[in-house]
Ligand binder design. Structure first.
Ligand SMILES: NC(=O)c1ccc[n+]([C@@H]2O[C@H](COP(=O)([O-])OP(=O)(O)OC[C@H]3O[C@@H](n4cnc5c(N)ncnc54)[C@H](OP(=O)(O)O)[C@@H]3O)[C@@H](O)[C@H]2O)c1
Length: 274
């Protein structure tokens, strides 16, 4: 699959942010792009928008079948659909936690399971998993979000090895903060209100999180990295994209003593030990 060849690409969550930027760039580069959104009637500049809710098996099946019926194959999947849940872990209901995982983790798993039979049979294909630097560092008050991305990291390490003999490649892309509607779309856990013992810490940390996101890199920068990954014969297990300071800081986790690293993260988000 040479990098110059036009590919059939499926980008989940292409109605805004990173997914939309990916869909636009890839179609501008001559690839056949299918984007997805849960909202019927959403359009995609330069590509075809399919209705897809990654939390529903039959919805995933239908979208994948449509691409296969129309284009005969799926060369690249960008598993991008996701959302951010915010709140103290103690304040998060099991139902809220499950919903976060159902989109960010099981949603990706559903899409992988739906596209792999065709990729395996053809002996080629690339799956790009949009993880996060929050999949490397457990972020306070984004615990379930981080957990969903940590889970995705583990799944992908395993999947990558299993499908490699069939010529299928899987890679993790870890963006730092990116300026997208994810900030306004963030879901706060129901108990994160005035009754919560964590409220003061939560609001302070969330203020920092949101400020950083609004100062993040553009979604187009992430799309450029997706395009670059499509050109690699064997992409890295994981790559990062975002402000250098965030990428370097995250990388220090590998060699700093874990309590030192934790203290750095805590103080960044205004947390101290009691
Ligand atoms: N922005 C950042 O700072 C950042 C950093 C690291 C990683 N990421 C990751 O990047 C990915 C995209 O985020 P973004 O920043 O571009 O956010 P966004 O602008 O809010 O876009 C999220 C996309 O996901 C789709 N989506 C949400 N739930 C879905 C579901 N159940 N089924 C299908 N589609 C669903 C939305 O589509 P509809 O609502 O139209 O269905 C939308 O297109 C996420 O996985 C996120 O975790 C973002």
């Amino acid at each position: 699959m040479p990098s110059t060849e036009a590919k059939v690409v499926l980008v989940t969550g292409a109605s805004s942010g990173i997914g939309q930027a990916c869909a636009r760039l890839l179609s501008a580069r001559g690839h056949t792009v299918y984007g997805t959104s849960r909202k019927p009637g959403t359009t995609l500049e330069g590509g075809r928008m399919l209705e897809l809710d990654v939390t529903r098996d039959e919805s995933v099946r239908r979208a994948v079948d449509t691409v296969l019926a129309e284009s005969g194959r799926i060369d690249v999947v960008v598993n991008n659909a996701g959302f951010a849940l915010a709140g103290a872990i103690e304040d998060t209901s099991l139902e809220e936690a499950q919903r976060q995982f159902d989109t960010n983790f099981f949603g990706v798993l559903r899409v992988c399971k739906a596209v792999l039979p065709d990729m395996r049979a053809r002996g080629s294909g690339l799956i790009i998993q949009v993880s996060s630097l929050g999949g490397v560092v457990g972020l306070p008050f984004q615990g379930l979000y981080s957990a969903s991305k940590f889970a995705l990291e583990g799944l992908t390490e395993s999947l990558r090895q299993e499908v490699a003999p069939f010529g299928v490649r899987v890679t993790l892309l870890q963006p730092g903060d990116v300026r997208t509607p994810i900030t306004d779309n963030r879901v706060r856990v129901r108990q994160a209100g005035p009754g919560s013992s964590y409220q003061e810490y939560f609001e302070a940390a969330l203020g920092i999180i949101e400020k950083e996101e609004r100062a993040g890199v553009t979604p187009e920068a992430v799309a450029e990295q997706v395009l670059a990954l499509m050109g690699r014969r064997v992409p890295e297990v994981r790559s990062t994209v975002g402000h250098l300071s965030q990428r370097v800081l995250t990388a220090t986790k590998a060699f700093l003593p874990s309590k030192t690293f934790e203290k750095m993260v805590m103080s960044y988000y205004g947390l101290t030990r009691g």
